[in-house]
Ligand binder design. Structure first.
Ligand code: NAD
Length: 455
């Protein structure tokens, strides 16, 4: 028997019982999730320090705090999102009323990555709970300490039929779940390579999937950009989680007239934030493991090191680094960097930027620093990307009014706020016809007079 049969059956039965549907249940569970997280912040901070050396402030800013925010958005709005919506009915349907009913999809599976293990697991979970579903969670085994804390605090505090964490190696656990059971929705966040496998496995059971994947997200700096603000926001976006953010600015494409000014401003920001010896600074995180360390270290050979370049394998440390003189087909420009290394390209004309970006599949994010509305519009219109920022990096994720997601190779299906509620909801369209009148024109026998009424 499949080792997960019991938990799968328990969640199926829980959903079938109808327990997850009432507003009060959803509200209580969301409030409880927040309370459980708040009560265990010390454990979470400790685990994220062990996994990624994240500073508690970074944890609050990019993990727990953002989950509380999402829970609160769901709590504030779900009652109105749950209500059936009456929509207009055409004259042809007269007399009738048409309604859309928001029904939970049912049993949801969330598979999450290691880089923001709390955020990228529980923000989706909050939306799935708000929409009235049960949720099974499979965190990444690579952020093992945080995965263990999630298992402990969720499995000890929630009914397993409603919300439950399964830990283990993805290669073993995920196929056992996806290939054997039908889930009403699978939300996967991780690499494009594994995303393809997940979609293939889910297809066997016809389980619908949302894929939040990776990619190379360009950051364009136009000649009219506010360089000192750009430097601050680029450094923040690049070094948070030590560059291991799916939406980190992957590489810079800067107008040649402002390259030197920008590079100097970025170096100044590196040193303001982390000193001249970032390895000793308590705000500077680490690479997740030796494999990632080696992959990022190899990229240092792909160009000329303008700044940084120090590494220490025993500590999984790579210094904030700027590279230039990179061939556009070097490995660093073919793979997602996912580390604190920033390649810098220059351009003269906007069209050159589009050409460089298009060497890779559609990016998850795009950032443009400019003072000009025209430049902003040019890049928004000429490049396909999931979401992004003008004069900002990463903070498109900070607004739950915006759908967060990729396009093509960077994924499909957006979530956050109402978009999450929609992802985990089956909208049932129902037409109700009244019986006090029955027009004859649609019924046989047909005639030319009736046909005319149709045209
Ligand atoms: P990953 O794809 O290796 O792992 C993600 C999840 O899949 C984990 O839970 C893991 O256990 C499981 N898994 C791993 N190998 C598997 C396999 N062969 N079969 C089935 N399941 C498997 O991703 P990661 O290394 O944890 O995360 C880094 C990647 O995720 C980067 O590419 C990054 O850009 C992307 N990412 C995307 C987003 C987003 O929101 N779009 C967010 C964070 C990370």
């Amino acid at each position: 028997m499949n080792v997960y049969q019991t938990i799968y059956d328990t969640q199926k039965a829980f959903f079938k019982s109808g327990a997850t549907k009432p507003y009060t249940f959803r509200k209580q569970q969301l409030q409880k999730l927040e309370a459980v997280l708040r009560a265990n912040e010390a454990l979470i901070n400790e685990a994220l320090y062990k996994d990624l050396r994240k500073h508690p402030q970074e944890v609050y800013m990019t993990e727990t705090g953002a989950v509380y925010e999402e829970i609160n958005v769901q709590l504030k709005n779900m009652r109105s999102w749950m209500r059936p919506k009456t929509v207009p009915s055409s004259l042809f349907l007269f007399p009738a009323v048409s309604k859309i009913y928001a029904e939970p999809v049912g049993n949801v599976l969330v598979i999450s990555p290691w880089n923001y293990p709390i955020l990228l697991t529980l923000r989706g979970v909050a939306g799935a709970i708000a929409a009235g579903n049960t949720v099974l969670i499979k965190p990444s085994e690579l952020s093992a300490h945080t995965a263990a804390v999630m298992e402990k605090i969720i499995n000890e505090n929630f009914d397993a039929g409603f919300l439950h964490v399964i830990n283990g190696d993805g290669v073993t656990v995920v196929p056992q779940l996806l290939e054997h059971f039908h889930f009403d929705h699978v939300m996967f966040t991780g690499s494009t390579a594994v995303g393809k496998k997940v979609m293939e496995m889910a297809a066997k059971q016809l389980s619908p999937v949302t894929l939040e994947l990776g990619g190379k997200s360009p950051c364009i700096i136009a000649p009219d950009a506010n360089i000192s603000v750009a430097a601050k926001r680029i450094v923040w976006g690049k070094l948070i989680a030590c560059g291991q953010s799916c939406v980190a600015p992957d590489y810079l494409v800067v107008h040649e007239s402002v390259k030197d000014k920008l590079v100097l401003a970025i170096i100044a920001e590196f040193e303001k934030g982390f000193g001249t010896n970032p390895q000793q600074h308590d705000s500077y995180p680490r690479l997740i493991n030796k494999r990632r360390f080696e992959a990022v270290k190899r990229f240092l050979n792909d160009g000329n090191i303008l700044y940084g370049g120090q590494t220490d394998e025993t500590d999984l440390f790579i210094a904030p680094t700027i590279l230039d003189n990179i061939q556009p087909d070097a490995p660093i420009m073919r793979e997602e960097i996912f580390g604190p290394v920033l390649p810098v390209f220059t351009y003269k004309e906007n069209a050159e930027v589009v050409e460089l970006v298009e060497k890779n599949p559609y990016p998850l994010a795009l950032y443009v620093f400019t003072g000009s509305k025209q430049t902003e519009q040019f890049f928004i219109e000429h490049i396909r990307f999931g979401g992004g920022g003008i004069n900002e990096t990463i903070l498109q994720l900070g607004n739950s009014e915006l759908p967060f997601g990729g396009v093509g190779y960077s994924g499909h299906g957006g979530y956050l706020g109402k978009h999450s509620f929609d992802t985990f909801t089956n909208y049932k369209g129902v037409v109700k016809r009244y019986t006090w009148m029955e027009p004859a024109f649609r019924h046989a026998p047909f005639s030319s007079a009736k046909t005319k009424l149709w045209r």
